[in-house]
Design a protein around this ligand. Structure first.
Ligand code: C2E
Ligand code: CA
Ligand code: CA
Length: 538
């Protein structure tokens, strides 16, 4: 898919960014998949550990119960007469009481099983060697797996040698282990198993699941594709082994992975596509703009600025427009930010001043007091090389420079106080041009800083005049701004005057000039010339 993408014509120019976007968005998604893999393994390892621990607890509890039961029975049998029906009753009651015990058997001194909880065995069955325990150790021993001779059930046998060389043993319920697993809701997969291994000879004595045929599972290195955990119960000589396949424990993760990878690739490709498209659009626009300057697609509109009380036109603000060949008339917000980033604004700014100088030369013939306001981008004045281009234009037109006003925004002044800006502004003023602080109130210009600046005009941001969020609070701020401007002997201009009511309010508050749709929208130079002609002579 990526290969295909890279062949799109518009995409070629922005390969690096597109690949960057692809990588940057793919990386976290892949990291997430990797993390989820580690999490799945850790989670399952913990699960296996809990299975092993739980089984260890259950096994220990079983052994302890068997030990107590067998010792009690041995005491009872040693004190009493044999062949008594009460013995059978006792065994039956004991088996009945603890569901973990399937059967209890009693072996006499000759090694013959003569009594079980199912009844007396006539004649007694002589036990094979394998089924006998070490009579020299008078403690509980685990035998098995054994197949009982009476009921032919294969399971674990817990046996205790008696004083008189006989033994009593308990046959553990053969389904106990799988029952434990079931009630604990544990899953080991189709080929997983849990095994109780005698630690000494590593023989499997019991278990559940797909138990291996070979007994030696503890010493064997678990296969790479399997996960194995063991827990030894030292005091009873048993080790619990839990073994499952990785495929089983990663089954959920695998479906997440199978779904996640295409999604990750798709979303990253889309991001790459969007990034490439965005860059290509920007590059196209930059190219178009360069052409626009050459082919007269840029035009300056003029928005009248009036004495707010007499409504006489005192000047205009030059506002740039771009008559784009395919996109129609573009407002400055659609392209000025890009020109600032690419520094193309320096060239455009120069063009603006040249245009204004030309227009103003004509206008001044009939209106000698008219001033034109020009917006300055910070880029145009942050370096000496750039500001020189403005200054050379102003010095070659010394008769027009005093009729120009340069608008700068307050944020620029605060942010770039250390740079070339104050110097550039002072040079512009030295040419006779005036300065205005634009959009005042929307930024963070400190009052202290403002008082040090040699700015002649203060333009109040339109959000304080006609913005949708004009409230009692903003009205108070507006009064403060007007008061501040007047005290610092700056001429206050209100932007965005749209209604007669707003005009009346501003007059009351002491604003000198106004600009806004109440009088006129920005218009081409020739229309503005007519507008001025209609306005009473200054
Ligand atoms: P700005 O300097 O604050 O210009 C005033 C904007 O408010 C203009 O938008 C104007 O059309 C609009 N406006 C005027 N009266 C009203 C009104 O009553 N109500 C409302 N809602 N709006 C009003 P525009 O022409 O779209 O200019 C936008 C911004 O582009 C300007 O904001 C200025 O920062 C920038 N700009 C325009 N021309 C140039 C230029 O030649 N050079 C540079 N560097 N920036 C420029
Ligand atoms: Ca402005
Ligand atoms: Ca403004």
């Amino acid at each position: 898919m990526l290969q295909k993408l890279l062949h799109y014509r518009w995409f070629r120019g922005s390969k690096v960014l597109a690949l960057g976007a692809f990588g940057i968005t793919l990386l976290p998604q892949m990291a997430l998949l990797g993390l989820s893999y580690v999490h799945a393994l850790t989670y399952e390892r913990n699960e296996l550990q809990s299975i092993a621990s739980l089984s260890a607890r259950q096994m220990t509890s079983l052994i302890r119960a068997a030990e107590i039961t067998l010792k009690d029975l041995e005491t009872y049998f040693s004190q009493d007469r044999l062949n008594d029906a009460r013995h059978l009753q006792l065994l039956q009651r004991t088996v009945y009481r603890d569901p973990r015990f399937r059967e209890i058997g009693v072996v006499n001194e000759a090694g013959a099983l003569y009594l079980t909880s199912l009844g007396f065995i006539e004649p007694p069955i002589l036990l094979q060697d394998r089924a006998r325990l070490d009579l020299s150790k008078k403690e509980l021993q685990i035998l098995g797996p054994l197949t009982t001779q009476v009921m032919q059930e294969r399971s674990l046998v817990l046996a205790l040698p008696t004083q008189g060389q006989g033994e009593i043993n308990i046959l553990v319920d053969p389904i106990l282990l799988s029952h434990w697993l079931e009630i604990n809701g544990l899953e080991l997969g189709p080929d997983g198993y849990i095994a109780f291994v005698r630690t000494a000879d590593q023989e499997i004595i019991d278990g559940a699941g797909q138990l291996p045929r070979e007994g030696n599972i503890l010493s064997a290195q678990p296969a790479r594709d399997r996960l194995q955990l063991s827990q030894s119960l030292d005091d009873i000589g048993v080790t619990i082994v839990v073994n499952v396949s990785r495929a089983w424990i990663l089954r959920d993760w695998r479906s997440f992975f199978q779904l996640g990878v295409p999604i990750a690739l798709l979303s990253s490709s889309l991001m790459a596509l969007a990034a490439g498209h965005f860059v290509a659009l920007k590059a196209q626009m930059e190219q178009d703009l360069r052409k626009a300057i050459a082919s007269d697609e840029l035009e300056l509109y003029y928005q009248p600025i009036l004495d707010i009380e007499t409504e006489q036109c005192v000047g205009a603000e030059a506002l740039i427009r771009w008559q784009h060949a395919t996109r129609g008339l573009l407002l400055p917000d659609a392209f000025i930010p890009l020109t600032e980033k690419t520094k193309l604004i320096v060239k455009i700014g120069e063009w603006v001043i040249k245009q204004v100088l030309q227009t103003q030369a004509d206008l001044l013939k009939k209106n000698p007091h008219l001033y034109i306001s020009v917006n300055l981008s910070p880029v145009q004045i942050t370096s000496e090389a750039h500001s020189k281009r403005i200054l050379s234009l102003l010095t070659t037109h010394p008769e027009i420079a005093p009729h120009l006003l340069f608008e700068i925004t307050e944020n620029v002044l605060v942010e770039d106080a250390q740079m070339h800006i104050p110097e550039a502004l002072a040079s512009i003023r030295a040419c006779g041009a005036k300065l205005a602080l634009d959009d005042f109130g929307s930024g963070y210009c400190g009052i202290n800083y403002l008082s040090k600046l040699n700015v002649d005009y203060l333009k109040i941001d339109r959000k304080f005049v006609s913005g949708s969020d004009v409230t009692a609070q903003t009205a108070t701020v507006l009064e403060g701004i007007i008061d501040l401007g007047n005290r610092l002997q700056m001429t206050v201009v209100a932007e965005g005057v749209e209604t007669e009511a707003q005009r009346q309010t501003l007059i009351k508050k002491g604003v000198r000039y106004g600009q806004g749709y109440l009088w006129s929208r920005p218009m081409p130079a020739h229309e503005f010339a007519l507008f001025v002609a209609d306005s009473s002579p200054l």
